[in-house]
Design a protein around this ligand. Structure first.
Ligand SMILES: N[C@@H](CCC[C@H](N)C(=O)O)C(=O)O
Length: 330
């Protein structure tokens, strides 16, 4: 069959967006899994960190399902929700929509451009859960983890854990720790067969640059190091507020290897939290692929049409690269 898709990115965390809803596709669970492994393969003519499937929703404007490049499904994807949110907003000719995700219906709103001519969307990151059982994460009898050194993870690095609602482990680190390979070692261990995080976990190293500015690098469950992870940047921003490095209700600029976003962490009347994640939703190209669903790895590219948006995004990306070279990687 022929499948239409859009290659897009949020902070250079790239995705293939497939609209099952209006194209009338109806994949089985196994087909979504196999398509993700085949089409996201970086050695193929496409390649991406994951696939965003657009589906009809009975309770919201549309439904998002996100599959990582290894074929596993995640409960949420912040950068992906901005891209899918843009797609649905343009489809329905609205500036504000609600998207059903695995565990919550989330608000998506068109926002002021983050950079000249860079389409920008604000997405709600919620619910925020701190119980280790919500990740899940097993650390002896511990219920929560906030900036603590636990020998099961590292002898020297303090970690915080949160589910937003996909699982995140976050460490505030210095430049030497950014340069070391500790993050890779810890993340690979927790994303292989292990008893601490049996479902895997996204592992982020966060370097506070100055008040209101942080750098976040994430090793993503189901993918590996990505240019950026939206839910990780959101959870990391909240953790920096809880540790008094930043302030709730104030905009935090979050720099990453693929660009930057803005996050605002909010406290609810009931004591809970949610985060606004604001950043680009950039389309790279439209494509049509010919896929045999019994053997998706042999797919071929039938048509590819570039969009003209990336050039402008690269100006932002290059400015961020220079800044990071002079500060975090200096
Ligand atoms: N890149 C995403 C998160 C994608 C899912 C993640 N790898 C997981 O398995 O939880 C984001 O922008 O949030």
């Amino acid at each position: 069959m022929q499948i239409e898709l859009i290659k897009c990115h949020g902070s250079s965390n790239d995705f293939l967006l497939i609209d099952e809803w209006t194209n009338g596709y109806s994949f089985t669970e196994e087909e979504r899994r196999q398509l993700s492994i085949a089409l996201c393969d970086r050695g193929s003519s496409l390649g991406a960190d994951g696939i965003l499937f657009v589906l009809e929703s009975k309770q919201a404007d549309a439904k998002m399902r996100i599959f990582n490049s290894d074929g596993s499904e995640a409960s949420m994807c912040g950068n992906g929700l901005r891209c899918l949110g843009r797609y649905v907003c343009e489809l329905l000719k609205k500036d504000e929509i609600v998207v059903e995700t695995m565990k919550a219906d989330l608000q998506v709103t068109k926002d002021e451009d983050l950079y000249e001519d860079v389409p920008t969307y604000r997405v709600e990151i919620s619910p925020v859960l701190f119980s280790l059982s919500s990740l899940p994460m097993h650390l002896g009898g511990k219920d929560t983890l906030l900036n603590e050194v636990v020998p099961e993870l590292s002898d020297s690095i303090a970690f915080s854990a949160a589910a937003v609602p996909n699982p995140h482990l976050i460490a505030i680190v210095d430049q030497a720790q950014i340069a070391s390979d500790e993050q890779k070692q810890i993340a690979e261990r927790l994303n292989g067969p292990n008893d601490i995080c049996p479902d895997g976990v996204n592992v982020s190293f966060v370097h506070p640059m100055k008040p209101g500015k942080i750098y976040v690098r994430t090793f993503e469950r189901g993918v590996g190091f990505t240019n950026a992870c939206g839910t990780a940047m959101s959870a990391s921003s909240l953790v920096t507020c809880l540790l008094d490095l930043n302030k709730l209700e104030e905009t935090i600029e979050v720099f990453n290897n693929g660009g930057k976003v803005r996050c605002v962490a909010h406290k609810k009347a009931d004591g809970g939290y949610w985060i606004d994640l604001i950043g680009n939703a950039t389309y790279l190209y439209d494509a049509v692929v010919e896929v045999n669903l019994h053997d998706p790895s042999s797919f071929s590219l039938v048509n590819k049409q570039e969009r003209a948006e990336q050039e402008q995004y690269e100006k932002l990306g290059n400015e961020v690269k220079v800044l990071l070279q002079q500060t975090v990687f200096a």
